[in-house]
Design a protein around this ligand. Structure first.
Ligand SMILES: NC(=O)C1=CN([C@@H]2O[C@H](COP(=O)(O)OP(=O)(O)OC[C@H]3O[C@@H](n4cnc5c(N)ncnc54)[C@H](OP(=O)(O)O)[C@@H]3O)[C@@H](O)[C@H]2O)C=CC1
Ligand SMILES: O=C(CO)COP(=O)(O)O
Length: 326
């Protein structure tokens, strides 16, 4: 059944998800604060600032009027970067219809508070069902209609199933889960690990080191998810292993390409936002507070704050006497 889907955020991912929802027959309204972006989407079916020359779905409409966008929304997709999510939702809160599910599409942890995105929603919009959409999915692939599969998680599995049905179509497939925390942890941590994978390759340490690092990080990711209340098996799926494979191997990933530049000693200014850089210190701190054994994350945080070199980080991580799963 056709729904009114409102996308909050006119960047690459919001625009791509808007195309996907329009492709699935929904009425889609994208809220962007930048009028030039709105005009370009409405009149030229492009968002050149974020998606180059990709032609967007004809039925994707945009507005900079948040009240008009959110009027009668059936489902809201929050596609604003993690560090801006709370401020944006605080402002838009009075406009979001009662009971309307809010689907988090940002991957990350709030740096200033350590909150997961779902905790932000629970604090700001306590009466709304909360879901998260996450998995291996580059915006440009989804906007072009390339085959993609993701997880949609909500603690109420009936809502997750309903959302998965809303967004699944011929090229975009959603698998439902009730493990919201596990799905969110996978998305937030893969960003950090992708920076390290890129740095390993950029420094010329080889694909074998990259694979070893990512595998060790994957074990750590499952431990961290468990400690936060998620299920380790969730990390075996699209929002864990799937996204790790994508983000740790492709220069299309902002996090991986940030790591590549870091490893090569290239200038870092002007690179697109790499969420993993913002989140590594806070995740390392949360793990330390909770006494979670997280050598990979803490080593990446040390690398990013400049206290160790890439060679020392990678060789250190791969030379410890370790048990199988460590
Ligand atoms: N790009 C991708 O391939 C994917 C991204 N994601 C996740 O999606 C999230 C967003 O990423 P992405 O779309 O790529 O980021 P972009 O940098 O492409 O776009 C971010 C958008 O958010 C808008 N924005 C920022 N702050 C606010 C605010 N306070 N109110 C309203 N709008 C705001 C920006 O507006 P303005 O243009 O005016 O600055 C911009 O349109 C990230 O968490 C990312 O991890 C997930 C999967 C894939
Ligand atoms: O989350 C993504 C792909 O699933 C996008 O990754 P980056 O934010 O590293 O570009």
């Amino acid at each position: 059944m056709s729904k009114k889907i409102v996308i909050l955020g006119g960047g690459a991912w919001g625009t791509a998800l808007g195309c996907m929802a329009a492709q699935n027959g929904h009425e889609v309204m994208l809220y962007a604060r930048d009028q030039a972006t709105v005009d370009e989407i409405n009149h030229k079916h492009r968002n050149s600032r974020y998606l180059g020359d990709i032609i967007l779905h004809d039925n994707l409409r945009a507005t900079s009027d948040a009240a008009a966008a959110l009027n009668n929304a059936d489902t809201v997709l929050a596609v604003i970067p993690a560090q801006s999510m709370a401020a944006a939702l605080q402002e838009l809160k009075p406009l979001i219809p009662d009971d309307c599910p809010v689907v988090l599409c940002a991957k990350g942890i709030e740096r200033s508070t350590g909150r997961l995105m779902s905790q932000i929603i629970a604090d700001i919009l306590p009466d709304h069902p909360i879901a998260a959409l996450s998995g291996p999915s580059f915006a440009s692939d989804v906007a072009r209609g390339f085959p993609t599969a993701v997880t949609i998680a909500c603690e109420n599995i009936a809502i997750a199933d309903d959302l998965a049905a809303q967004f699944s179509g011929s090229t975009f497939r959603c698998y439902s889960s009730d493990d919201l925390t596990g799905v969110e942890i996978g998305g937030a941590l893969k960003n950090v690990i992708a920076v390290a994978a890129g740095a390993t390759i950029g420094k010329g340490l080889g694909a074998s080191a990259q694979a070893a690092l990512v595998t060790r990080a994957f074990a750590e990711l499952r431990r961290i998810a468990l400690a936060f209340g998620g299920r380790p098996e969730t990390l075996m799926g699209l929002s864990g292993l799937g996204d790790l494979m994508l983000s740790c191997s492709s220069p299309q990933s902002r996090n991986y390409s940030y790591g590549l530049a870091l490893g090569r000693g290239e200038p870092l200014e002007g690179l697109l936002l790499a969420e993993g850089v913002a989140t590594a210190p806070v995740i390392a701190e949360l793990c330390a507070q909770r006494q979670i054994y997280a050598p990979v994350i803490s080593t990446i945080a040390a690398l990013l704050n400049g206290s160790i070199t890439i060679d020392a980080a990678v060789t250190g991580l791969l030379s410890r006497p370790l048990k199988n799963e460590d």
